[in-house]
Design a protein around this ligand. Structure first.
Ligand SMILES: Nc1nc2c(ncn2[C@@H]2O[C@H](COP(=O)(O)OP(=O)(O)OP(=O)(O)O)[C@@H](O)[C@H]2O)c(=O)[nH]1
Ligand SMILES: [Mg+2]
Length: 459
């Protein structure tokens, strides 16, 4: 096993930067590089110490002299009690790009190899410090920009998904071994595995996997921002509302109906959750080709949105607005979406009381009552409970869980139709294989390359 090194902090100017070394030669190489009072060997694991790094400067072919490159803090972790499970040395140096590069150059000259993408995390996985979903969660954790995304990644890192999978695997293994036993005694036509219990287990697995698959939609939305469409007739003030919510002039506003022709989007963090507001072209009958294309996009945006802010002129009645929504969305599946009705331009009306109480009334231009809109958006997330769910965020996990569900369904059908035991057993084996790939008990070069290749160097 090579000893690897890499800069673990981002390329940019910080007060300090950190360089990581991991592998069997980590201590030996660090000992040569670092001049530590009392010696590097004297440094206890899990302790940090002040050290000096010297650079060899060649004056001419015969003369070389040692020059201080940097004064650093060095931390030592002894295998197996380190992130990678190997001997690890972390060097915190000053943030200068020159110093960082020079230290890596010296390490390579002393026998380190530059780490590949995700190689530290991959080693942690191979040494059993993390399972695969946990290793993948590290990438999510590093990328998390909001409280909700952080929470989702942290749950995976703490083994939430892994624990759920381990329970499923245990149950499936039990079932598989009973079926295999029957196959061994196939001549005698005995049934070791209770068929009703098997069916119950398959139903349970399908439900558990189904719940996780459902959460994938939310998992990806949390990463990219929960899509909130701002729609309504032309000129009702959609772009004005977008700008007011973002507190900057993102979209063009004018009193000409049909100003916005394309969708305009921007992200916004509300109470720790990332949202993506999408301003759209006003919906109306139009003979203008470009405007019609824009309206098509509006309908598409409604299809993809989780939340719809339906903006109308506050002088309209509720019946008029409901008729408008019904006629525009008749071809759109609205289940799972929430439509919030927002009457705008209240500054122009004397009486805007809503007898039913669930319409919101605002003045986007004057910034009045915008908090009522934000409160409704927040309430939607709270009601869905997505801040507390175990969320599936990885495409890889989704594909494997889909496979597990399909195998469970086929096994179920096989049992119900009294198909031969070996066919049912084969489906269970396939489900077990997919589960193994998910948690990483089964892995190949290819799988690991696909996962860790997407990491940055230094992770
Ligand atoms: N009085 C008043 N005028 C408003 C309010 N909100 C928006 N307006 C005005 O209404 C006009 C249209 O506003 P926009 O935000 O461009 O409307 P839009 O819904 O994006 O229109 P399209 O892009 O054409 O679909 C502009 O002149 C705004 O200044 C409001 O709360 N009160
Ligand atoms: Mg507009």
């Amino acid at each position: 096993m090579n000893t690897i090194c890499a800069i673990a902090t981002p390329a940019g100017l910080g007060a300090t930067a950190m360089i990581r070394i991991s592998g069997p030669e980590a201590f030996g190489i660090a000992g040569k590089l670092l001049s530590v009072k009392s010696g590097f060997d004297g440094l206890e694991p899990n302790q940090a110490k002040f050290a000096t790094i010297y650079n060899i400067v060649k004056k001419d072919s015969d003369n070389e002299r040692h020059e201080i490159l940097d004064q650093v803090v060095v931390t030592k972790f002894a295998a197996p009690h380190s992130f990678t499970g190997e001997d690890v040395v972390e060097i915190s140096c000053h943030g200068s790009l020159y110093i960082q590069r020079k230290i890596v150059e010296l390490l390579v000259a002393m026998g380190c190899r530059m780490a590949g993408p995700g190689e530290f995390t991959q080693r942690a996985f191979l040494n059993g410090k993390l399972d695969l979903p946990q290793a993948e969660a590290i990438a999510d954790l590093i990328e998390a920009q909001t409280e909700t995304a952080h929470h989702a990644a942290m749950q995976h890192l703490q083994g939430d998904l892994s624990d759920k999978m381990a329970v499923l695997r245990e149950e499936l293994l039990k079932m598989a071994s009973l079926l295999e036993l029957e196959l061994d005694f196939s001549e005698e036509e005995v049934e070791f595995a209770d068929r009703t219990a098997l069916l119950d287990l398959l139903t349970h697995i399908k439900a558990e996997v189904g719940r996780l698959l459902q959460s994938y939609k939310w998992g990806t939305m949390l990463k990219n921002g929960i899509p909130v469409a701002i729609v309504g007739e032309p000129n009702v003030g959609k772009s004005t509302l977008l700008n007011a919510l973002l507190q900057r002039e993102r979209a063009i506003v004018s009193d000409i109906p049909g100003t916005t022709r394309d969708t305009i989007e921007d992200t916004f963090v509300l109470n720790g959750t990332l949202f993506r507001f999408i301003d759209t072209a006003g919906i109306r009958e139009s003979s203008d080709t470009v405007e019609r294309l824009g309206i098509e996009r509006t309908l598409d945006t409604i299809r993809r949105a989780a939340l719809i802010l339906w903006i109308f002129d506050a002088r309209k009645t509720r019946q008029e607005v409901e008729a408008e929504i019904a006629s525009t969305t008749d071809s759109i599946e609205l289940v799972d979406k929430k439509i919030i009705l927002v009457g705008n331009k209240t500054d122009l009306v004397a009486d805007k009381s809503d007898p039913s109480g669930d319409l919101l009334y605002i003045s986007a231009k004057k910034g009045e009552n915008l908090e009522s809109v934000l409160n409704e958006i927040d309430r939607f997330v709270r009601e869905k409970g997505i801040r507390d769910l175990t969320l599936l965020t990885s495409e890889r996990h989704q594909a494997l869980l889909n496979g597990i569900r399909a195998s469970a369904e086929r096994a179920e059908n096989g049992l119900k139709n009294q198909l031969p035991t070996d066919l049912v057993a084969e489906e269970i084996r396939m489900a077990l294989h997919d589960l193994g790939e998910l948690t990483g008990t089964i892995s190949s070069e290819d799988i690991l390359h696909n996962i860790f290749g997407k990491f940055c160097i230094g992770k």
